[in-house]
Write a protein that binds this ligand. Structure first.
Ligand SMILES: [Zn+2]
Ligand SMILES: [Zn+2]
Length: 608
């Protein structure tokens, strides 16, 4: 970029953390390596599906296996084939696939998101008398809405008429198969809402996120596909009430994992005096499920899901709705739990001290609004939900609505001061002075005192179910603590403190330890790995910043000898050829200046 052009930019580039003179060259240099790495998740999934298909196919041909295990093998085989078709987008229009290349590359953060429309689900609306247009039609909904709006025996309003969702459009069963329903299994952590999708075996016993003992797996989970409706003119008051109260929906999240690498990072939100206030987990392209457990208003709360005719696809009618005429069920039925899946960048926020239901609900509303204000997002661009359930609120799940997203949640982790800025904004929104915490009683320009919550602070049309819980007074202190603190991020999925200890223990020399200590005391980003051998370059790095492709060396006095200097120079060249940026900390150099110079790697110093 020429100097003249740069002067015309509205912001001073030099003040931006990620900017340096070499920025553009670096981005271009790293592109091939980054592209390669962006394909890793796809490769891992493809390999896994192929391995499953091969292994399960072998079981079906094995005469020594029981009928039972062959049936299970057929189910797994079918699932793997469906997964492979999805991965290669070999059925249906490719642009409708999750793995459509542009969509996938955006979800991996390699391409910008361009706000890809989320893949919708469709409901078939039969044409006929009474409608302006007598043709058959499909209406579409984003899948996170479709799980409720297209739920079993729910009512869809379309062009002034009512339609009942009475049927799932089932795929054609393979020859020799009883039905085409590939149901899935998973364990949800009752303590934190973490999802464990079970591909084989019984699944883990302990939650992979929080270590809590897990319950029996949910079986017969049905990935909700397109549905079909029939015209329904009358609806009784009972049905109306059931419809109004809606379904019991639970959201669960699982960080992406390929070849043993979990795509998440952890950080600590510290308050005043470095006291931990919350733990943060950031997941890139994490798997999010929304599961429909049944009507909120159902007799037996233990009974989950809905009865589905597995041959014809009809949802069994609700017993409590007497005048809901039964569809011609085939007699082959089983109880299934519908769910939808999506991949989003997400952030989990778990307060260190237990907060009440009202505090969690209020914090959720306040942080959502704070994030919207700081990053200038529309309300629907960011979602916030309680985990594990809305009766048991232990964590907040925040996720971006667009694929790839604007990257704002990642910045809450990587930028030490960003969460504090959000908290300050949230305090202002809640009518508190962000510095002193003084209650200002109402929004500017409004005369009425806001006791607990109003539409200027926590209430919105989107969170009506929570209105009875929202109370700005109850979250003043936790917001003040967040506003006075900063975030210390770890480069890995281990907690920052644990990671720091590992790095210190593995440090090869006192100089390496000194660098780690300096990074920690300045609140800078820690390396993702140490003593890492890079095969392609034939050398061992002192430290690696994996996400940024940066190799760090700490050079003691023996590096000043001519021979060694030449060896170092050649190693640097090989690393640069492989796409890495090399940063050397010479024992006599000004390390603080080096850190400042490479803020795009090490982050800003927290010198408050
Ligand atoms: Zn858990
Ligand atoms: Zn208010």
């Amino acid at each position: 970029m020429r100097g003249g052009e740069r002067e015309q930019l509205p912001v001073q580039l030099e003040q931006i953390g990620w900017w340096s003179e070499q920025w553009l060259a670096r981005v271009l240099d790293r592109a091939p390596l980054q592209f390669d790495r962006a394909c890793d998740r796809w490769r891992g999934l493809h390999r896994a599906a192929q391995a499953t298909a091969n292994a399960q196919h072998a079981v079906t041909l094995d005469a020594s296996r029981s009928q039972e295990s062959k049936r299970e093998a057929r189910r797994l085989y079918r699932e793997a084939i469906a997964q492979l078709e999805l991965l290669t987008a070999s059925t249906g229009p490719s642009s409708q696939s999750d793995f459509y290349s542009y969509r996938y590359m955006a979800s991996e953060g390699f391409l910008p998101g361009y706000n890809f429309p989320r893949l919708p689900l469709a409901a078939y609306i039969p044409g006929g008398a009474g409608r302006r247009d007598a043709r058959d039609e499909y209406v579409q909904r984003p899948r996170f809405l479709a799980i409720t709006e297209f739920g079993p025996r729910s009512i869809i309003y379309h062009e002034g008429a009512r339609y009942l969702v009475n049927k799932v459009i089932l795929p054609i069963p393979a020859p020799g198969e009883e039905d085409a329903i590939a149901s899935e299994r998973a364990k949800l952590c009752g303590a934190c809402g973490y999802l464990h999708h079970i591909e084989q075996g019984g699944g883990p016993d302990l939650c992979e996120r929080c270590g809590t003992l897990l319950d029996q797996p949910l079986t017969e989970l049905l990935r909700l596909q397109n549905v079909s409706t029939k015209r329904r003119d009358r609806i009784n008051s009972d049905e109306e009430e059931r419809q109004r109260q809606g379904y019991e929906i639970r959201t669960a999240v699982q960080f992406a994992e390929t070849d043993g690498r979990v795509w998440s990072r952890v950080g600590d939100a510290l308050g005043r005096d470095e006291q931990p206030v919350a733990r943060l987990d950031y997941g890139q392209a994490a798997r999010i499920w929304r599961v429909n457990f049944g009507w909120r208003r159902r007799k037996n709360k233990e009974l989950l899901g809905f009865v589905l005719d597995t041959e014809r696809g009809y949802w069994q009618r609700n017993d409590q709705a007497a005048d809901d005429p039964e569809d011609p069920m085939s007699g082959r039925a089983k109880r299934v739990i519908p769910f939808v899946e999506d991949h989003r960048n997400c952030l989990l926020l778990a307060p260190t001290q237990e907060l009440s239901e009202a505090q969690m609900a209020s914090l959720q509303a306040a942080l959502k609004r704070g994030i919207q204000a700081v990053f200038q997002l529309e309300e629907q661009e960011i979602a916030a939900e309680p985990l594990p359930t809305d009766q048991l609120r232990r964590l907040l799940l925040l996720f971006e609505s667009a694929e790839g997203g604007a990257g704002v949640l990642r910045r809450l982790l990587d930028d030490p001061g960003k969460l504090a800025e959000v908290a300050r904004e949230a305090l202002s929104i809640c009518h508190f002075d962000p510095d002193s915490g003084t209650d200002l009683s109402h929004a500017p320009g409004v005369s009425e005192h806001c006791e607990a919550a109003c539409y200027d602070c926590l209430l919105s049309y989107g969170n009506q179910r929570d209105h009875r819980l929202l109370d700005r007074q109850q979250i003043r202190d936790v917001l003040l603590a967040l506003a006075a603190g900063s975030v210390r991020a770890s480069a890995t999925s281990a907690s920052a403190t644990g990671h720091l200890e590992t790095l210190e223990a593995r440090a090869d020399s006192s100089l390496e330890r000194r660098l780690i200590e300096l990074l920690a005391t300045e609140g800078r980003r820690l390396p993702s790995d140490s003593q890492k051998l890079i095969d392609g370059a034939g050398c061992r790095l002192d430290f690696l910043y994996g996400d940024q492709y940066v190799a760090v060396f700490v050079d003691g006095p023996h590096h000043d000898v001519t021979d060694q200097r030449e060896r170092d120079r050649l190693a640097d060249l090989r690393l640069e050829d492989a796409g890495y940026t090399v940063i050397r900390f010479h024992h006599a150099a000004d390390w603080r200046a080096l850190l400042d110079e490479h803020r795009w790697v090490f982050g800003e110093a927290d010198r408050s």
